[in-house]
Design a protein around this ligand. Structure first.
Ligand code: GLU
Ligand code: MG
Length: 633
Protein backbone atom coordinates (compact mmCIF):
# COMPACT_ATOMS: atom_id res chain seq x y z
CA UNK A 1 0.00 0.00 0.00
CA UNK A 2 1.29 3.45 -0.77
CA UNK A 3 -0.52 6.44 0.67
CA UNK A 4 0.06 9.93 -0.44
CA UNK A 5 -0.99 12.23 2.29
CA UNK A 6 -0.91 15.92 2.76
CA UNK A 7 1.30 16.78 5.62
CA UNK A 8 -0.22 19.33 7.92
CA UNK A 9 3.05 20.67 9.31
CA UNK A 10 5.77 19.90 6.80
CA UNK A 11 8.45 21.84 8.64
CA UNK A 12 7.71 20.75 12.14
CA UNK A 13 10.64 18.72 13.26
CA UNK A 14 12.89 18.51 16.20
CA UNK A 15 16.60 18.66 16.81
CA UNK A 16 17.87 15.18 17.48
CA UNK A 17 20.77 13.44 19.05
CA UNK A 18 21.69 9.75 19.22
CA UNK A 19 23.60 8.36 22.11
CA UNK A 20 25.86 5.37 21.62
CA UNK A 21 27.27 3.16 24.35
CA UNK A 22 30.43 1.10 23.77
CA UNK A 23 32.20 -1.80 25.45
CA UNK A 24 35.98 -1.50 25.57
CA UNK A 25 37.52 -4.88 24.90
CA UNK A 26 41.16 -5.82 25.25
CA UNK A 27 42.73 -8.64 23.22
CA UNK A 28 45.44 -11.03 24.22
CA UNK A 29 46.07 -12.43 20.75
CA UNK A 30 48.85 -14.74 21.85
CA UNK A 31 46.53 -16.66 24.16
CA UNK A 32 43.38 -16.16 22.06
CA UNK A 33 41.64 -14.31 24.84
CA UNK A 34 39.51 -11.21 24.92
CA UNK A 35 38.46 -9.44 28.08
CA UNK A 36 36.80 -6.21 29.09
CA UNK A 37 39.22 -3.39 29.74
CA UNK A 38 38.59 -1.43 32.93
CA UNK A 39 40.48 1.62 31.66
CA UNK A 40 37.44 3.86 31.21
CA UNK A 41 38.87 6.58 33.46
CA UNK A 42 42.20 6.67 31.61
CA UNK A 43 40.48 6.77 28.25
CA UNK A 44 38.14 9.55 29.35
CA UNK A 45 41.06 11.51 30.73
CA UNK A 46 42.91 11.10 27.46
CA UNK A 47 39.82 12.34 25.63
CA UNK A 48 39.27 15.24 28.02
CA UNK A 49 42.82 16.50 27.71
CA UNK A 50 43.11 16.21 23.94
CA UNK A 51 43.65 19.84 22.93
CA UNK A 52 42.75 19.20 19.32
CA UNK A 53 39.45 17.64 20.29
CA UNK A 54 38.66 20.44 22.70
CA UNK A 55 39.40 23.04 20.06
CA UNK A 56 36.81 21.33 17.88
CA UNK A 57 34.19 21.78 20.55
CA UNK A 58 34.24 18.30 22.05
CA UNK A 59 33.88 17.74 25.75
CA UNK A 60 30.76 19.78 26.55
CA UNK A 61 27.45 17.96 26.46
CA UNK A 62 25.04 20.38 24.91
CA UNK A 63 21.81 20.26 23.00
CA UNK A 64 21.46 24.00 23.13
CA UNK A 65 23.58 25.32 20.37
CA UNK A 66 20.82 25.96 17.96
CA UNK A 67 19.54 24.71 14.72
CA UNK A 68 22.70 23.52 13.04
CA UNK A 69 24.03 20.25 11.77
CA UNK A 70 26.64 18.24 13.63
CA UNK A 71 29.19 19.71 11.23
CA UNK A 72 32.67 19.37 12.56
CA UNK A 73 31.95 19.80 16.22
CA UNK A 74 33.76 17.00 17.96
CA UNK A 75 31.66 14.41 19.77
CA UNK A 76 31.34 14.32 23.52
CA UNK A 77 32.26 11.30 25.64
CA UNK A 78 30.70 10.39 28.95
CA UNK A 79 31.29 7.78 31.62
CA UNK A 80 28.75 4.98 32.06
CA UNK A 81 28.00 2.50 34.83
CA UNK A 82 30.48 -0.17 33.79
CA UNK A 83 34.14 0.69 34.10
CA UNK A 84 34.50 -0.99 30.71
CA UNK A 85 31.95 1.28 29.03
CA UNK A 86 32.03 4.57 27.19
CA UNK A 87 29.19 6.67 25.95
CA UNK A 88 29.31 9.21 23.13
CA UNK A 89 26.93 11.86 21.86
CA UNK A 90 27.36 14.20 18.92
CA UNK A 91 28.94 17.56 19.76
CA UNK A 92 25.83 19.26 18.43
CA UNK A 93 22.37 17.90 17.77
CA UNK A 94 21.37 17.28 14.20
CA UNK A 95 19.36 20.01 12.61
CA UNK A 96 16.06 19.58 10.91
CA UNK A 97 17.37 19.37 7.34
CA UNK A 98 17.35 16.03 5.58
CA UNK A 99 21.00 16.42 4.72
CA UNK A 100 21.69 16.49 8.44
CA UNK A 101 20.41 12.96 8.62
CA UNK A 102 23.05 11.91 6.14
CA UNK A 103 25.62 13.18 8.60
CA UNK A 104 24.51 10.73 11.28
CA UNK A 105 26.49 7.71 10.12
CA UNK A 106 29.61 9.74 9.43
CA UNK A 107 29.36 11.24 12.89
CA UNK A 108 28.97 7.81 14.50
CA UNK A 109 32.04 6.57 12.66
CA UNK A 110 33.92 9.62 13.78
CA UNK A 111 32.97 8.94 17.40
CA UNK A 112 34.27 5.39 17.21
CA UNK A 113 37.46 6.52 15.49
CA UNK A 114 38.17 9.13 18.16
CA UNK A 115 37.40 6.63 20.91
CA UNK A 116 39.77 4.10 19.37
CA UNK A 117 42.52 6.72 18.98
CA UNK A 118 42.48 7.25 22.72
CA UNK A 119 42.81 3.57 23.55
CA UNK A 120 45.72 1.17 23.72
CA UNK A 121 46.54 -0.75 20.54
CA UNK A 122 45.16 -3.95 22.10
CA UNK A 123 41.83 -2.25 22.89
CA UNK A 124 38.80 -1.67 20.68
CA UNK A 125 35.42 0.01 21.21
CA UNK A 126 32.82 -2.58 20.17
CA UNK A 127 29.08 -2.10 20.16
CA UNK A 128 27.80 -5.40 21.46
CA UNK A 129 25.04 -4.95 24.02
CA UNK A 130 26.76 -7.22 26.52
CA UNK A 131 30.15 -8.85 26.82
CA UNK A 132 29.44 -12.55 26.24
CA UNK A 133 31.46 -13.76 29.22
CA UNK A 134 30.95 -10.97 31.75
CA UNK A 135 31.06 -12.71 35.13
CA UNK A 136 32.25 -16.06 33.80
CA UNK A 137 34.60 -17.86 36.18
CA UNK A 138 37.82 -17.42 34.22
CA UNK A 139 38.51 -13.75 34.45
CA UNK A 140 36.62 -11.65 31.95
CA UNK A 141 38.20 -8.34 32.95
CA UNK A 142 41.62 -6.76 32.78
CA UNK A 143 43.16 -5.86 35.14
CA UNK A 144 41.86 -8.73 37.24
CA UNK A 145 40.18 -8.16 40.59
CA UNK A 146 38.64 -10.94 42.64
CA UNK A 147 34.85 -10.87 43.10
CA UNK A 148 32.79 -10.16 46.23
CA UNK A 149 33.54 -6.61 47.32
CA UNK A 150 31.32 -5.04 49.97
CA UNK A 151 29.35 -2.89 47.51
CA UNK A 152 28.08 -5.43 44.97
CA UNK A 153 28.65 -8.53 47.11
CA UNK A 154 28.47 -10.39 43.83
CA UNK A 155 29.90 -13.85 43.71
CA UNK A 156 30.87 -13.32 40.08
CA UNK A 157 32.07 -9.72 39.79
CA UNK A 158 34.37 -7.43 41.77
CA UNK A 159 33.24 -3.98 42.93
CA UNK A 160 35.90 -2.61 40.56
CA UNK A 161 33.60 -3.51 37.65
CA UNK A 162 31.63 -0.33 38.35
CA UNK A 163 32.73 3.16 37.45
CA UNK A 164 34.81 4.20 40.49
CA UNK A 165 32.96 7.50 40.94
CA UNK A 166 31.29 7.07 44.32
CA UNK A 167 27.83 7.48 42.80
CA UNK A 168 28.00 4.20 40.87
CA UNK A 169 29.08 1.65 43.49
CA UNK A 170 26.75 3.46 45.92
CA UNK A 171 23.86 3.07 43.49
CA UNK A 172 24.52 -0.66 43.36
CA UNK A 173 24.97 -0.98 47.13
CA UNK A 174 21.83 1.04 47.92
CA UNK A 175 19.67 -0.91 45.49
CA UNK A 176 20.84 -4.07 47.20
CA UNK A 177 20.32 -2.61 50.67
CA UNK A 178 16.84 -1.26 49.92
CA UNK A 179 15.81 -4.56 48.44
CA UNK A 180 17.15 -6.42 51.43
CA UNK A 181 19.06 -8.92 49.29
CA UNK A 182 21.05 -8.97 46.11
CA UNK A 183 19.38 -8.32 42.81
CA UNK A 184 18.32 -11.55 41.16
CA UNK A 185 18.65 -12.05 37.44
CA UNK A 186 17.64 -15.40 35.99
CA UNK A 187 17.75 -15.67 32.22
CA UNK A 188 16.32 -18.82 30.65
CA UNK A 189 19.16 -20.81 29.14
CA UNK A 190 18.94 -21.92 25.52
CA UNK A 191 18.48 -25.68 25.49
CA UNK A 192 20.69 -27.22 22.84
CA UNK A 193 21.15 -30.91 21.97
CA UNK A 194 23.70 -31.56 24.70
CA UNK A 195 22.71 -29.02 27.32
CA UNK A 196 22.43 -30.90 30.64
CA UNK A 197 18.76 -30.87 31.66
CA UNK A 198 17.54 -29.70 34.06
CA UNK A 199 20.23 -27.07 33.68
CA UNK A 200 21.81 -26.01 36.96
CA UNK A 201 24.10 -23.02 36.38
CA UNK A 202 27.49 -24.67 37.03
CA UNK A 203 29.17 -21.35 37.85
CA UNK A 204 27.15 -20.76 41.01
CA UNK A 205 29.04 -21.26 44.28
CA UNK A 206 26.69 -22.39 47.05
CA UNK A 207 29.39 -22.46 49.73
CA UNK A 208 30.47 -18.81 49.82
CA UNK A 209 30.19 -17.24 53.28
CA UNK A 210 31.62 -13.71 52.91
CA UNK A 211 28.43 -11.70 53.22
CA UNK A 212 24.93 -12.34 54.55
CA UNK A 213 23.72 -12.07 50.93
CA UNK A 214 25.65 -15.21 50.11
CA UNK A 215 22.62 -16.97 51.55
CA UNK A 216 20.59 -15.83 48.54
CA UNK A 217 21.59 -18.83 46.43
CA UNK A 218 21.03 -21.21 49.32
CA UNK A 219 17.54 -19.74 49.54
CA UNK A 220 16.77 -20.53 45.94
CA UNK A 221 17.86 -17.35 44.11
CA UNK A 222 19.41 -19.35 41.27
CA UNK A 223 16.63 -21.04 39.32
CA UNK A 224 16.88 -24.30 37.40
CA UNK A 225 17.21 -23.96 33.62
CA UNK A 226 18.40 -20.38 34.01
CA UNK A 227 21.64 -18.44 33.87
CA UNK A 228 21.95 -16.79 37.29
CA UNK A 229 23.42 -13.32 37.86
CA UNK A 230 23.52 -11.28 41.03
CA UNK A 231 24.67 -7.71 40.46
CA UNK A 232 23.67 -4.39 38.93
CA UNK A 233 26.61 -4.56 36.52
CA UNK A 234 25.08 -7.53 34.70
CA UNK A 235 22.28 -5.22 33.57
CA UNK A 236 23.68 -1.72 33.58
CA UNK A 237 26.79 -3.08 31.93
CA UNK A 238 24.68 -3.35 28.74
CA UNK A 239 24.82 -0.94 25.84
CA UNK A 240 21.95 0.66 23.99
CA UNK A 241 21.12 3.19 21.30
CA UNK A 242 19.03 6.11 22.53
CA UNK A 243 17.55 8.97 20.57
CA UNK A 244 16.74 12.34 22.11
CA UNK A 245 14.37 14.77 20.42
CA UNK A 246 14.10 18.40 21.29
CA UNK A 247 10.46 19.34 20.83
CA UNK A 248 9.25 22.66 19.53
CA UNK A 249 7.10 23.11 22.59
CA UNK A 250 5.76 21.12 25.49
CA UNK A 251 2.64 20.00 23.60
CA UNK A 252 4.71 18.53 20.81
CA UNK A 253 6.96 16.82 23.36
CA UNK A 254 3.99 15.26 25.10
CA UNK A 255 2.61 14.02 21.81
CA UNK A 256 5.93 12.47 20.76
CA UNK A 257 6.22 10.76 24.12
CA UNK A 258 2.82 9.13 23.72
CA UNK A 259 3.05 8.23 20.07
CA UNK A 260 6.54 6.73 20.25
CA UNK A 261 5.67 4.67 23.30
CA UNK A 262 3.80 1.86 21.46
CA UNK A 263 6.73 1.62 19.02
CA UNK A 264 9.12 0.76 21.86
CA UNK A 265 8.68 -3.02 21.96
CA UNK A 266 8.65 -3.22 18.16
CA UNK A 267 12.02 -1.51 17.97
CA UNK A 268 13.36 -3.58 20.85
CA UNK A 269 12.55 -6.80 19.00
CA UNK A 270 13.83 -5.42 15.71
CA UNK A 271 17.19 -4.46 17.21
CA UNK A 272 17.59 -7.68 19.23
CA UNK A 273 21.28 -8.23 19.93
CA UNK A 274 21.67 -10.01 23.28
CA UNK A 275 21.73 -13.83 23.03
CA UNK A 276 24.57 -14.61 25.47
CA UNK A 277 25.06 -14.11 29.20
CA UNK A 278 27.95 -15.15 31.43
CA UNK A 279 29.25 -17.61 28.86
CA UNK A 280 25.93 -19.34 28.03
CA UNK A 281 23.52 -19.03 25.14
CA UNK A 282 20.28 -17.59 26.48
CA UNK A 283 16.78 -18.37 25.31
CA UNK A 284 16.01 -14.65 25.00
CA UNK A 285 17.28 -12.13 22.48
CA UNK A 286 17.21 -8.74 24.20
CA UNK A 287 18.74 -7.06 27.26
CA UNK A 288 15.65 -5.31 28.64
CA UNK A 289 14.42 -7.52 31.47
CA UNK A 290 17.93 -8.22 32.64
CA UNK A 291 18.59 -4.53 33.22
CA UNK A 292 15.17 -4.25 34.78
CA UNK A 293 16.01 -6.93 37.35
CA UNK A 294 19.55 -5.64 37.84
CA UNK A 295 18.25 -2.38 39.32
CA UNK A 296 15.07 -3.65 40.92
CA UNK A 297 15.19 -2.09 44.38
CA UNK A 298 11.65 -3.03 45.39
CA UNK A 299 11.24 -4.39 48.89
CA UNK A 300 9.40 -7.66 49.58
CA UNK A 301 6.36 -5.56 50.59
CA UNK A 302 6.43 -3.58 47.37
CA UNK A 303 6.82 -6.80 45.44
CA UNK A 304 3.74 -8.20 47.14
CA UNK A 305 5.64 -10.98 48.86
CA UNK A 306 4.68 -9.63 52.30
CA UNK A 307 1.69 -7.62 53.52
CA UNK A 308 2.20 -3.86 53.41
CA UNK A 309 3.41 -2.62 56.78
CA UNK A 310 6.26 -0.19 56.28
CA UNK A 311 6.00 0.58 52.59
CA UNK A 312 3.34 2.63 50.94
CA UNK A 313 2.47 0.68 47.84
CA UNK A 314 2.70 -2.54 45.98
CA UNK A 315 4.63 -1.65 42.83
CA UNK A 316 4.10 -3.83 39.78
CA UNK A 317 7.24 -2.83 37.82
CA UNK A 318 10.93 -2.27 38.41
CA UNK A 319 12.25 1.27 38.10
CA UNK A 320 13.78 0.17 34.79
CA UNK A 321 10.71 -0.84 32.79
CA UNK A 322 8.39 0.12 30.00
CA UNK A 323 6.58 3.36 30.78
CA UNK A 324 3.22 3.29 32.45
CA UNK A 325 1.51 6.55 31.56
CA UNK A 326 0.50 8.62 28.60
CA UNK A 327 0.94 12.34 29.03
CA UNK A 328 -0.46 14.12 25.99
CA UNK A 329 -3.59 16.24 26.08
CA UNK A 330 -4.53 14.74 22.75
CA UNK A 331 -8.32 14.36 22.49
CA UNK A 332 -7.74 10.93 20.96
CA UNK A 333 -6.27 9.62 24.19
CA UNK A 334 -9.15 7.58 25.57
CA UNK A 335 -9.19 6.92 29.27
CA UNK A 336 -9.35 3.21 28.46
CA UNK A 337 -5.74 3.41 27.19
CA UNK A 338 -4.42 4.40 30.59
CA UNK A 339 -3.20 1.82 33.07
CA UNK A 340 -5.90 1.31 35.67
CA UNK A 341 -3.30 0.00 38.11
CA UNK A 342 -0.96 2.97 37.88
CA UNK A 343 0.59 3.68 41.27
CA UNK A 344 0.97 7.34 42.11
CA UNK A 345 1.75 9.48 45.11
CA UNK A 346 -1.65 11.15 45.54
CA UNK A 347 -0.41 13.84 47.91
CA UNK A 348 2.32 14.83 45.56
CA UNK A 349 -0.07 14.87 42.65
CA UNK A 350 -2.27 17.28 44.58
CA UNK A 351 0.67 19.59 45.22
CA UNK A 352 1.63 19.53 41.56
CA UNK A 353 -1.91 20.41 40.56
CA UNK A 354 -1.98 23.23 43.08
CA UNK A 355 1.29 24.40 41.54
CA UNK A 356 -0.33 24.60 38.12
CA UNK A 357 0.24 21.25 36.40
CA UNK A 358 -2.65 19.67 34.59
CA UNK A 359 -3.97 16.33 35.78
CA UNK A 360 -2.19 14.20 33.20
CA UNK A 361 1.27 15.61 33.72
CA UNK A 362 0.79 15.69 37.47
CA UNK A 363 -0.10 11.99 37.29
CA UNK A 364 3.06 11.24 35.32
CA UNK A 365 5.37 12.94 37.80
CA UNK A 366 3.44 11.63 40.80
CA UNK A 367 4.14 8.18 39.35
CA UNK A 368 7.88 8.79 38.99
CA UNK A 369 7.96 9.96 42.59
CA UNK A 370 6.79 6.63 44.01
CA UNK A 371 10.47 5.64 43.83
CA UNK A 372 13.08 6.58 46.40
CA UNK A 373 16.07 8.55 45.20
CA UNK A 374 18.69 5.83 45.41
CA UNK A 375 21.71 8.03 45.97
CA UNK A 376 21.62 11.46 47.61
CA UNK A 377 24.76 13.36 48.54
CA UNK A 378 24.68 14.63 52.12
CA UNK A 379 25.89 18.10 51.12
CA UNK A 380 22.91 18.48 48.77
CA UNK A 381 20.58 18.08 51.71
CA UNK A 382 22.05 20.90 53.77
CA UNK A 383 20.29 23.64 51.90
CA UNK A 384 17.55 23.38 49.34
CA UNK A 385 18.51 25.47 46.34
CA UNK A 386 15.29 26.17 44.47
CA UNK A 387 17.22 27.42 41.45
CA UNK A 388 18.47 23.93 40.87
CA UNK A 389 16.59 20.85 39.75
CA UNK A 390 19.23 18.38 40.94
CA UNK A 391 16.93 16.43 43.23
CA UNK A 392 14.35 16.11 40.50
CA UNK A 393 16.98 15.11 37.94
CA UNK A 394 18.31 12.52 40.35
CA UNK A 395 14.91 10.85 40.58
CA UNK A 396 14.10 11.28 36.94
CA UNK A 397 17.39 9.78 35.78
CA UNK A 398 16.92 6.69 37.95
CA UNK A 399 13.41 6.11 36.59
CA UNK A 400 14.68 4.19 33.60
CA UNK A 401 11.53 3.87 31.51
CA UNK A 402 11.49 3.21 27.80
CA UNK A 403 10.43 6.78 27.09
CA UNK A 404 11.67 9.75 29.07
CA UNK A 405 10.10 13.19 29.14
CA UNK A 406 12.69 15.81 30.02
CA UNK A 407 11.75 19.27 31.21
CA UNK A 408 14.13 22.05 30.16
CA UNK A 409 17.00 22.48 32.59
CA UNK A 410 16.71 25.58 34.79
CA UNK A 411 18.05 28.75 33.28
CA UNK A 412 18.52 27.40 29.78
CA UNK A 413 16.62 27.92 26.57
CA UNK A 414 16.90 24.24 25.71
CA UNK A 415 13.44 22.94 24.95
CA UNK A 416 11.34 20.05 26.20
CA UNK A 417 12.99 16.82 25.23
CA UNK A 418 11.80 13.29 24.71
CA UNK A 419 14.10 10.30 24.80
CA UNK A 420 13.42 7.04 22.99
CA UNK A 421 15.32 4.43 24.99
CA UNK A 422 14.46 0.80 24.16
CA UNK A 423 16.75 0.05 21.21
CA UNK A 424 19.68 -2.33 21.49
CA UNK A 425 23.00 -1.08 20.21
CA UNK A 426 23.92 -2.49 16.79
CA UNK A 427 27.32 -3.81 15.75
CA UNK A 428 27.96 -1.32 12.94
CA UNK A 429 27.60 2.42 12.69
CA UNK A 430 25.62 1.86 9.50
CA UNK A 431 22.94 -0.03 11.44
CA UNK A 432 22.95 2.42 14.34
CA UNK A 433 22.53 5.26 11.87
CA UNK A 434 19.74 3.39 10.08
CA UNK A 435 17.72 2.88 13.26
CA UNK A 436 18.34 6.44 14.44
CA UNK A 437 17.26 7.87 11.10
CA UNK A 438 14.22 5.65 10.98
CA UNK A 439 13.09 6.86 14.40
CA UNK A 440 13.65 10.48 13.38
CA UNK A 441 11.65 10.02 10.20
CA UNK A 442 8.76 8.18 11.79
CA UNK A 443 8.59 10.91 14.42
CA UNK A 444 8.35 13.50 11.68
CA UNK A 445 5.66 11.46 9.95
CA UNK A 446 3.78 11.26 13.26
CA UNK A 447 3.90 15.02 13.74
CA UNK A 448 3.26 15.84 10.13
CA UNK A 449 0.32 13.52 9.56
CA UNK A 450 -0.90 13.63 13.15
CA UNK A 451 -0.71 9.85 13.31
CA UNK A 452 -2.30 7.93 16.12
CA UNK A 453 -0.64 4.80 17.53
CA UNK A 454 -2.45 4.71 20.85
CA UNK A 455 -3.13 1.31 22.35
CA UNK A 456 -3.84 0.58 26.00
CA UNK A 457 -0.63 0.90 28.03
CA UNK A 458 -0.87 -2.67 29.45
CA UNK A 459 -0.68 -3.97 25.86
CA UNK A 460 2.67 -2.20 25.44
CA UNK A 461 3.84 -3.81 28.68
CA UNK A 462 2.86 -7.21 27.24
CA UNK A 463 4.56 -6.41 23.95
CA UNK A 464 7.76 -5.68 25.85
CA UNK A 465 7.71 -9.24 27.21
CA UNK A 466 6.98 -10.64 23.76
CA UNK A 467 10.02 -8.79 22.40
CA UNK A 468 12.25 -10.99 24.56
CA UNK A 469 11.30 -14.26 22.89
CA UNK A 470 14.04 -15.76 20.78
CA UNK A 471 13.60 -14.50 17.22
CA UNK A 472 10.46 -12.59 18.19
CA UNK A 473 10.91 -10.48 15.11
CA UNK A 474 10.06 -13.44 12.90
CA UNK A 475 7.83 -15.52 15.13
CA UNK A 476 5.71 -13.31 17.37
CA UNK A 477 2.77 -10.97 17.11
CA UNK A 478 2.49 -7.64 18.87
CA UNK A 479 -0.61 -5.64 19.73
CA UNK A 480 -0.69 -2.71 17.36
CA UNK A 481 -3.19 -0.10 16.36
CA UNK A 482 -4.90 -0.86 13.05
CA UNK A 483 -5.84 2.61 11.95
CA UNK A 484 -3.17 5.24 12.57
CA UNK A 485 -4.87 8.01 10.68
CA UNK A 486 -6.37 11.09 12.24
CA UNK A 487 -10.05 11.73 11.92
CA UNK A 488 -9.95 13.94 8.92
CA UNK A 489 -9.83 13.15 5.24
CA UNK A 490 -6.46 11.81 4.29
CA UNK A 491 -5.67 11.47 0.62
CA UNK A 492 -4.40 8.47 -1.20
CA UNK A 493 -2.87 8.73 -4.63
CA UNK A 494 -5.20 7.57 -7.37
CA UNK A 495 -4.03 6.00 -10.60
CA UNK A 496 -4.23 9.30 -12.43
CA UNK A 497 -2.22 11.11 -9.80
CA UNK A 498 -5.33 12.79 -8.39
CA UNK A 499 -5.99 12.08 -4.80
CA UNK A 500 -9.07 10.69 -3.16
CA UNK A 501 -9.87 10.21 0.52
CA UNK A 502 -8.80 6.90 2.00
CA UNK A 503 -11.96 4.87 2.47
CA UNK A 504 -12.20 4.05 6.16
CA UNK A 505 -13.98 0.87 7.00
CA UNK A 506 -14.37 1.91 10.64
CA UNK A 507 -14.43 5.07 12.66
CA UNK A 508 -10.87 6.18 13.47
CA UNK A 509 -11.45 7.20 17.14
CA UNK A 510 -12.85 7.45 19.69
CA UNK A 511 -16.07 5.49 19.70
CA UNK A 512 -16.54 1.74 19.78
CA UNK A 513 -14.74 -0.91 21.73
CA UNK A 514 -11.10 -0.12 22.43
CA UNK A 515 -10.30 -3.79 21.76
CA UNK A 516 -11.43 -3.34 18.17
CA UNK A 517 -8.86 -0.62 17.58
CA UNK A 518 -5.83 -2.90 17.69
CA UNK A 519 -4.91 -6.45 16.82
CA UNK A 520 -1.91 -8.75 16.99
CA UNK A 521 0.48 -8.03 14.12
CA UNK A 522 3.83 -9.42 13.11
CA UNK A 523 6.74 -7.01 13.07
CA UNK A 524 6.77 -7.37 9.30
CA UNK A 525 3.17 -6.15 9.19
CA UNK A 526 3.90 -3.26 11.54
CA UNK A 527 6.94 -2.12 9.58
CA UNK A 528 6.04 -3.03 6.00
CA UNK A 529 2.27 -2.98 6.16
CA UNK A 530 -0.41 -5.47 5.35
CA UNK A 531 -3.45 -5.59 3.18
CA UNK A 532 -6.52 -7.62 3.78
CA UNK A 533 -9.60 -8.40 1.76
CA UNK A 534 -11.95 -6.61 4.17
CA UNK A 535 -9.94 -3.40 3.91
CA UNK A 536 -8.69 -3.94 7.43
CA UNK A 537 -5.05 -3.37 6.58
CA UNK A 538 -2.23 -1.45 8.16
CA UNK A 539 -0.12 0.88 6.02
CA UNK A 540 3.22 0.01 7.69
CA UNK A 541 5.65 2.35 9.36
CA UNK A 542 8.14 2.45 6.49
CA UNK A 543 5.44 3.22 3.88
CA UNK A 544 4.23 5.97 6.21
CA UNK A 545 7.75 7.37 6.32
CA UNK A 546 7.89 7.16 2.54
CA UNK A 547 4.61 9.04 2.24
CA UNK A 548 6.06 11.67 4.51
CA UNK A 549 9.18 11.94 2.35
CA UNK A 550 6.93 12.26 -0.71
CA UNK A 551 5.08 15.09 0.95
CA UNK A 552 8.16 17.22 1.51
CA UNK A 553 10.91 18.31 -0.79
CA UNK A 554 13.82 15.94 -0.64
CA UNK A 555 16.37 15.91 -3.42
CA UNK A 556 16.84 12.67 -5.29
CA UNK A 557 20.30 11.99 -3.96
CA UNK A 558 19.27 12.43 -0.34
CA UNK A 559 16.18 10.32 -0.93
CA UNK A 560 18.32 7.50 -2.31
CA UNK A 561 20.61 7.65 0.69
CA UNK A 562 17.68 7.56 3.08
CA UNK A 563 16.22 4.62 1.15
CA UNK A 564 19.38 2.61 1.89
CA UNK A 565 18.76 2.99 5.60
CA UNK A 566 15.05 2.28 5.35
CA UNK A 567 15.80 -0.86 3.34
CA UNK A 568 17.72 -2.28 6.30
CA UNK A 569 14.73 -1.74 8.57
CA UNK A 570 12.36 -3.31 6.03
CA UNK A 571 14.54 -6.35 5.54
CA UNK A 572 15.13 -6.90 9.24
CA UNK A 573 11.37 -6.81 9.65
CA UNK A 574 10.56 -9.23 6.83
CA UNK A 575 13.26 -11.63 8.03
CA UNK A 576 15.39 -11.45 4.90
CA UNK A 577 18.16 -9.94 7.04
CA UNK A 578 19.07 -11.28 10.46
CA UNK A 579 19.15 -9.44 13.76
CA UNK A 580 22.50 -9.34 15.56
CA UNK A 581 21.05 -11.82 18.07
CA UNK A 582 20.40 -14.33 15.31
CA UNK A 583 23.78 -13.74 13.69
CA UNK A 584 25.65 -14.16 16.99
CA UNK A 585 23.73 -17.36 17.82
CA UNK A 586 24.53 -18.73 14.40
CA UNK A 587 28.20 -17.83 14.77
CA UNK A 588 28.42 -19.67 18.09
CA UNK A 589 26.37 -22.70 17.04
CA UNK A 590 28.40 -23.27 13.89
CA UNK A 591 31.77 -22.69 15.55
CA UNK A 592 33.88 -25.90 15.39
CA UNK A 593 34.64 -25.68 19.13
CA UNK A 594 31.01 -25.32 20.20
CA UNK A 595 29.87 -28.51 21.91
CA UNK A 596 26.10 -28.04 21.54
CA UNK A 597 25.88 -27.62 25.30
CA UNK A 598 24.95 -23.90 25.38
CA UNK A 599 28.46 -22.98 26.62
CA UNK A 600 30.21 -20.07 24.92
CA UNK A 601 33.81 -20.61 25.98
CA UNK A 602 36.77 -18.25 25.94
CA UNK A 603 38.04 -19.32 22.53
CA UNK A 604 34.63 -18.99 20.87
CA UNK A 605 34.21 -15.60 22.56
CA UNK A 606 37.58 -14.47 21.24
CA UNK A 607 36.65 -15.47 17.70
CA UNK A 608 33.21 -13.90 18.07
CA UNK A 609 34.53 -10.56 19.28
CA UNK A 610 37.19 -10.58 16.54
CA UNK A 611 34.44 -11.26 14.01
CA UNK A 612 32.39 -8.41 15.49
CA UNK A 613 35.37 -6.08 15.15
CA UNK A 614 35.77 -7.18 11.54
CA UNK A 615 32.10 -6.44 10.89
CA UNK A 616 32.44 -3.07 12.58
CA UNK A 617 35.39 -2.17 10.39
CA UNK A 618 34.20 -3.57 7.05
CA UNK A 619 30.45 -3.36 7.55
CA UNK A 620 29.85 -6.40 5.40
CA UNK A 621 31.60 -4.90 2.37
CA UNK A 622 33.95 -7.88 2.41
CA UNK A 623 30.94 -10.18 2.13
CA UNK A 624 31.22 -11.18 5.80
CA UNK A 625 27.96 -11.08 7.80
CA UNK A 626 25.89 -10.44 4.70
CA UNK A 627 22.99 -12.28 6.39
CA UNK A 628 22.79 -9.37 8.82
CA UNK A 629 23.81 -6.41 6.70
CA UNK A 630 22.82 -7.38 3.18
CA UNK A 631 24.96 -6.84 0.13
CA UNK A 632 26.90 -3.63 0.66
CA UNK A 633 28.88 -1.77 -1.95
N1 GLU B 1 22.64 1.18 29.19
C1 GLU B 1 21.25 1.26 29.54
C2 GLU B 1 20.43 0.45 28.53
O1 GLU B 1 20.98 -0.37 27.85
C3 GLU B 1 20.73 2.66 29.62
C4 GLU B 1 21.54 3.58 30.49
C5 GLU B 1 21.23 5.03 30.21
O2 GLU B 1 20.09 5.44 30.42
O3 GLU B 1 22.12 5.73 29.71
O4 GLU B 1 19.23 0.61 28.44
MG1 MG C 1 23.93 5.80 28.90
Amino acid sequence: MRYRMRSCHPHRAALTSAQIEYLVVCYDDEHRKVRLSLRQADILTALATDEKLLSQGGGVPDLQRGDVGTGDTAPVFHPEFGRFMLEATPGKPWGIGFKDLLDVERNMKWRRKIAKEHMASSEFPITLTTFPRLGAKENSIVPYYPPSGDKLRSQFLPDEIANPHIRFPTLAANIRARRGRKVEINVPVFRDEKTPWPFKDPTVDYDLRNWPEDDDVRNGAAKDNHIYMDAMAFGMGSCCLQITFQAMNIGEGRKMYDQLSPLGPILLALTAATPIYKGFLADTDVRWNQISRAVDDRTPEELGEKPLENDRWRIPKSRYASNSTYISQDARLRKEYLDPDLVIDEKLKQRLIEGGLDDRLATHFAHLFIRDPIVVFAEDLKELDLDKADHFENLQSTNWQHMRFKPPPQGSDIGWRVEFRPMEIQITDFENAAFSIFIVLITRAILSFDLNFYIPIPRTTENMETAHIRDAVNTQKFHFRKNPFPYRPVRVAGASGTSTPIPFSRPPTPVGRVEDEYEPMTINEVINGKTSADGDGFPGLVPLVESYLNSVNVDVETRCELARYLALIQKRADGSLWTAAKWIRHFVQTHPDYKKDSVVDEGVTYDLVKAVERITRNEGRDGFAEEMLGKRQ
